[in-house]
Ligand binder design. Structure first.
Ligand code: NDP
Length: 286
């Protein structure tokens, strides 16, 4: 096969998902006079985090949600941040709470995530939600894994019985996406930095999910011909361009379908944050 892979268009899929969410929010507003509320908390001045928070805020407004960003100074204490979360947990109009990571070093991230009401944890990182996912039950699922699965299901209507390899075992991406693949009846292998002969492991897979953070690490000749490749990686090259964990130019000649970077999983992440906010709204407020 040469130059055959179908490009999985995350940008268009995310736009369609946001439009659908927008219609649902409008229907809720018309029927009940209320809208779901998404609250994003940012501590400090990390430039990348500021950009992420601004785009989350903007897209939540676009779908008609009540979108609030709480921008706290870098010297905010852990106690002050916990107090802010307690306030948001107690407010019935707040449906989704997201604390933008990474937090400044003087704050214990685990302690902060634990303090978010699991019913409002739209990032899906609270241990209760992670535990539900591990048990095959439905809580709030982390946004990037959820977005990756939506793209995968678009490319492959039936996942049952397929061999899937996830490269990366982080709490944010690798582990939860592996759980979702298992729920979809894939045979799942989780690879990581200690995996022996990664190329051979990847070569067996009908589905490859790369979530490593190493530019173009997955080579074209690692890919089984016709496999579906979801590239979660976002890496900035010295020239400022973004690239994934997969060598796209090589892999596109071998794979059956592949996500580009940018324009693949990235746009799905925020769309899924909005989807989770709607899910949290329905679960809590009916
Ligand atoms: P982490 O750094 O938390 O995890 C990386 C994982 O990759 C680890 O499990 C690590 O293994 C594994 N790894 C590292 N080197 C190798 C190697 N040489 N061979 C095999 N496995 C290796 O990253 P994240 O999971 O948070 O993110 C992964 C990528 O996804 C990053 O590029 C990030 O920017 C991107 N990302 C994209 C998002 C999006 O919206 N599209 C959202 C979130 C992340 P070990 O556990 O053994 O150390």
């Amino acid at each position: 096969m040469t130059g055959e892979a179908r490009i999985i268009d995350g940008k268009a899929t995310a736009a369609a998902l946001r439009a659908e969410i927008g219609r649902e929010v409008a229907a809720i507003k018309a029927a009940r006079g209320i809208v779901p509320g998404l609250h994003v908390v940012l501590v400090g001045e990390d430039p990348a985090s500021k950009v992420y928070v601004a785009s989350k805020e903007k897209l939540a407004v676009e779908v008609g949600m009540n979108s609030v960003a709480h921008r706290l100074p870098a010297d905010t204490t852990q106690a002050q941040l916990l107090a802010k979360l307690a306030e948001l947990n107690a407010d019935d109009n707040v449906d989704g709470i997201l604390v933008q990571l990474p937090l400044p070093k003087h704050i214990d991230t685990g302690r902060i995530i634990d303090a978010i009401d699991p019913a409002k944890d739209v990032d899906g990182l609270h241990p209760i939600n992670a535990g539900l996912l591990a048990g095959g039950k439905n809580g709030l699922v982390p946004c990037t894994p959820l977005g990756s699965m939506l793209l995968l299901k678009q490319a492959l209507p039936s996942l049952s019985g397929l061999d899937a390899v996830v490269i990366g075992r982080s709490e944010l991406v690798g582990r939860p996406v592996a759980q979702l693949l298992l729920q979809a009846d894939c045979t799942v292998t989780i690879a990581h930095s200690r995996t022996r002969d990664l190329a051979a492991v990847v070569k067996r897979a009908d589905i490859v999910i790369a979530a490593v953070g190493r530019p173009r690490m997955v080579k074209g000749d690692w890919i089984k011909p016709g496999a579906t490749v979801i590239d979660v990686g976002i890496n900035r090259l010295p020239d400022g361009k973004l690239t994934g964990d997969v060598d796209f130019a090589e892999a596109v000649k071998v794979a059956g379908a592949i996500t580009p970077v940018p324009g693949g999983v990235g746009p799905m992440t925020i769309a899924c944050l909005l989807k989770n906010t709607l899910t949290a709204f329905h679960a809590r407020r009916g």
